[in-house]
Design a protein around this ligand. Sequence first.
Ligand SMILES: C[C@H](O)[C@@H](O)CC(=O)C(=O)O
Ligand SMILES: [Mg+2]
Length: 451
Amino acid sequence: MSTVENLKIISLDVKDLRFPTSLQSDGSDAMHTDPDYSCAYVTIKIATGLEGYGLTFTLGRGTDIVVQAINSLKPLVVGQVVSDIYKDFASFWRSITSESQLRWIGPEKGVTHLATAAIINALWDLWAKLLKKPVWQLLADLEPEQIVSCIDFRYLSNVITKDEALHLLTQGKFGKEQRMNILLEKGYPCYTTQAGWLGYSDEKIKMLAQKYLDLGFNAFKLKVGRNLKEDIKRLQLVRNIIGWDKTLMVDANQVWEVQEAIDWMKFLAPFKPLWIEEPTSPDDVLGHAQIAKALNPLGIGVATGEMCCNRVLFKQFLQADALQYCQIDSARIGGINEILAVYLMAKKLGVKVCPHAGGVGLCEMVQHLQMWDYVALSGTSEGKWVEFVDQQHEHFLHPAIVENAHYRAPRVPGYSTEIKPEAVKAYEYPNGSEWEDMFSKGIFHDPRKDK
Ligand SMILES: C[C@H](O)[C@@H](O)CC(=O)C(=O)O
Ligand SMILES: [Mg+2]
């Protein structure tokens, strides 16, 4: 810790970055038909000039609102001494999430929590750079007491206490070195959603399924939920290509009623999906539990988490057997500190964590978390994957690297969150050069004209 003593945060800057993914229907699903993958991108600078980068993922419109929320939290960050934050990270995290007036517009959910995630992610990037380690290794090297000191256990004690967390983390130390070596050699398994976006033509789906099969992928996720006949046709198309020995997942992105989800999935069951993801409202714990119970005899699990608003809701999903695959998302809840709590609860209750990724920077970040889990907590990658989508990585200075359907363990210090300055200039909304160009060609409406 000595190298980070007395360093003050001197600035926090945030930018609205948007990529025009809706043009090709990249990222489309039954609920989100035209996403422009975007992010609120935070830069935190300390007195030495070192910068930490963090972001939260958005779908285009609304990113400006997250930017505003980040600016509202800024006074709580600028002027802080980083060593004070990292010595008692849980207290700092609580100061951000429980600010007595701002919390009214959350608390710990929605826009304010996305803003928290971007700031907290930047602070982890900074910490890892100060210690010259990738985040996964920083986490793996922290003593159990230090990990626990990052977590706000408020509202969790009926499922996990600090002492239980310490016990799980201490157990996780056995075999850590060996697992680190395996990770460095083999990487961590991933599945892809690249072939599955709902707005893609059948030809494109077939071409991409074949491409990723040839690249060594053995697990594929398809979007469903708009039209049952279409779903059946597409699942058949993809099964024809990948065969029956590969894993298939399906994702409805919250479009169904509870009974509708059960009925629809009975028709998709012959295609042997491993899980149905987000079958209904992301807040409906008991609805998910009902779906999970009904689909269990068909061998289909329930996956959710990418829109689970905080650790408390994750707790209830886990308590109620409402999910079999816990999909933490690196930018939805309040950054690494809160996600650590979810991993610990999932470990205690024996639920597999298969992180959501794919959106801008999500693959870059979440690979670190799952690698830490493998090395220092659950100790296994059996039956687990991190999602992978091959989009927007070219804009990152140190992008996620996938080879043979495995994420390579990042070696560069930080959280892999730094976006190239030229990409920031081109895609800042609405004044970036790419946006100016698209507005001038009439490809998108220029919002500045509405003012
Ligand atoms: C709108 C997003 O692309 C969403 O469809 C992503 C998602 O649900 C997933 O990757 O899973
Ligand atoms: Mg999903």
